[in-house]
Design a protein around this ligand. Structure first.
Ligand code: FAD
Length: 546
């Protein structure tokens, strides 16, 4: 039987609803942020960045590897989801061919044939997902769950492993507010809802989730759970995994409905197996989450500290004393100086020489006032000077836009990427120095001066995460150039006692460090769970588990 794709004869026309992001850049093209001439000159003078000849292909020019699926495979898949929810058109495969790390974006600029899933399916419910997993197990087709496609660790790469083809399982149709329990303060959300869609549905009923990673506009509820995402408001509302009360997961071995009570002593908590499981054990279809009423009051205040060590000690005091900010973060000297050069709104000369911290408070008027007063007291005692509310408001206003800058930097001939880790407070300085030095020396070896900036992005009573941003001139082959820097940084992180990832997850990119992170027995446990739930090994091969 001939399989008719919805795209008709023209492979460049999409047949399915497209992921909302550009295929070769971040987000909405209308929000692109071209670099000013001043910034270009600054990059040239400071880092030797010069424009490179670019011949990046347009979407229509990209050559994708041909689909390996047979007409029989396609007919069998169509029998499960319907022809309207299955496509082999290049225009549907290309936007699901990878995530949004800098290496992903560099690969998209290649004119060599690019890898892509052999087909895209959009299942509408759990029964269809279960049927697809059974079919793919039988036909030896790999399945890559696809949420928003914002992975920065290769999590949605179309890896086949030893199988003969790979399917992108786009969960965008699982997009409902499935239940709202206003007594307990819980909502059940479909895994395919994006951050804004979820917040809009909740806000219409007076509730809020409060999970705001920088990828908020595009990432999904299922993706947040599958990667243990951490949002910018996590000091107040917790990481995403802290919010999860229950999960529904479809695995090749059956369906799990986990999380019966707010707390339980019924053995190990199996939800933990699926939080951070990155699609290798099953497909998360719905998540029951702790929610809170939409905040009645909000207060912003920015702070300046003379140096990073003083600022870090101040944030530690806030975290350890439970002073209660919703957002608290601290940029180091380099990041503060660059932010200052990029905007005139972060406090002018007051922060030029030191480190900028941002605090935001949310809740009832009473909660906000008391948390704000308590946090101020701690920060003042620890050597901070208030910069007032404007710099904190400016940070919040632009907080989802920084990724657009990376696209412009890549276009201008700069290499720009981020990485993150976490450790105990006692080890923070050592880890920061080790990673900075590793990045700088690897890039120097590759012939580039570099700027390594860092901020404390999340705080806990016992430690904090460090988020690094690296900018250098592209030299030689930029993918290899970044590969060497990333290898050096990953090795330095593990050697200095940090975790290979605080919130970006493992995917393909961090897999080489997993055994060092969790030990040989830890790897055996993950493999045993994988064998039990996915004996044919179809779910996301090549990710997470070494
Ligand atoms: C510019 C930028 C900024 C970012 N900022 C942050 C940040 O502040 N905090 C943060 O935590 N992360 C951040 N990230 C990383 C990324 O956004 C998160 O990992 C996010 O949680 C991924 O969600 P997603 O829906 O896009 O998942 P995808 O990228 O689609 O998938 C990620 C992984 O989860 C699996 N998966 C997705 N959905 C499901 C499901 N329903 N069931 C099972 N497996 C599934 C995929 O197979 C893949 O392995 C950022 C990324 C970018 C590009």
């Amino acid at each position: 039987m001939a399989f008719e794709t919805q795209a008709g004869p023209d492979d460049t026309a999409p047949a399915l609803p497209l992921p909302p992001m550009k295929w070769d850049a971040w987000g909405d093209p209308a929000l692109a942020k071209p670099l000013s001439q001043d910034i270009r000159e600054l990059l040239g003078a400071a880092l030797g960045v010069t424009a490179r000849e670019s011949s990046a292909p347009s979407a229509a020019e990209v050559v994708l590897r041909a689909s390996a699926l047979t007409e029989e495979d396609l007919a069998a898949l169509a029998a499960v989801v319907g022809t309207g929810h299955l496509s082999t058109a290049d225009a549907d495969r290309l936007p699901r061919a990878g995530g949004k790390s800098t290496p992903d974006l560099l690969r998209r600029r290649s004119r060599e044939p690019q890898d892509a899933p052999d087909a895209v399916v959009l299942p509408g419910d759990e029964d269809e997902i279960a049927a697809l997993l059974a079919l793919c197990s039988q036909r030896r087709i790999a399945v890559v769950p696809f949420g928003g496609g914002t992975s920065v660790v290769g999590g949605v790469d179309p890896e086949r492993g030893a199988l003969r083809a790979v399917l992108s399982l786009d969960l965008c149709r699982l997009d409902g507010l499935l239940a709202l329990d206003e007594v307990s303060g819980e909502a059940v959300l479909g895994a395919g809802l994006t951050g804004p869609q979820a917040e809009e549905l909740l806000a219409a009923r007076g509730w809020e989730l409060g999970h705001y990673p920088q990828s908020f506009r595009y990432a999904t509820v299922g993706g947040f759970a599958a990667t243990r995402s951490s949002g910018q408001d996590s000091a107040g509302y917790g990481r995403f995994d802290d919010m999860v009360r229950g999960l529904r997961v479809v695995t090749p071995a059956g369906v799990l409905d986990l999380g019966r009570a707010p707390a339980s002593a019924a053995g190990p908590d199996l939800r933990e197996l699926f939080l951070g499981s990155e699609g290798v054990f099953g497909v998360i279809t719905a998540v029951r989450l702790r929610i809170h009423p939409v905040a009645a009051a909000r207060v912003h205040e920015a702070w300046s500290f003379p140096d990073f060590a003083t600022g870090a000690a101040a944030l530690r005091a806030v975290a350890q004393q439970g002073a209660g900010p919703t957002v608290i973060r601290l940029s180091d000297e380099a990041e503060t100086a660059v932010n200052l050069a990029m905007t005139d709104k972060i406090g002018g000369s007051q922060v030029a020489a030191g480190c900028l911290a941002v605090t935001v408070f949310e809740g009832t008027r009473e909660q906000v006032d008391s948390r704000h007063a308590r946090t101020r007291e701690v920060l003042l005692a620890a050597g901070g000077s208030s910069l007032g509310e404007e710099p904190a408001r400016a940070w919040e206003h632009g907080r989802f836009n920084a990724p657009y800058l990376r696209d412009s930097l890549l276009d201008a001939g700069a290499l720009c990427e981020t990485l993150e880790t976490a450790t105990d407070w006692a080890n923070l300085d050592r880890l920061k120095s080790a990673v900075t030095e590793a990045l700088q020396s690897a890039l120097t070896k590759a012939g580039s001066a570099s700027l390594v900036m860092c901020h404390i992005s999340h705080v806990y009573p016992t430690g904090a995460s460090l988020y690094f941003t690296v900018v250098a001139a592209q030299s030689g082959e930029p993918l290899a150039q970044w590969g060497a820097a990333k290898q050096a940084a990953g090795d330095a992180i593990l050697a200095a006692g940090g975790t290979i990832t605080h919130h970006h997850a493992v995917g393909v990119d961090h897999r080489p460090w997993m055994e060092q992170e969790i030990g040989e027995v830890g790897v055996k446990i993950l493999r045993a769970v994988k064998d039990a739930l996915d004996p044919a090994g179809i779910l996301n091969p090549g990710k997470l588990i070494p």
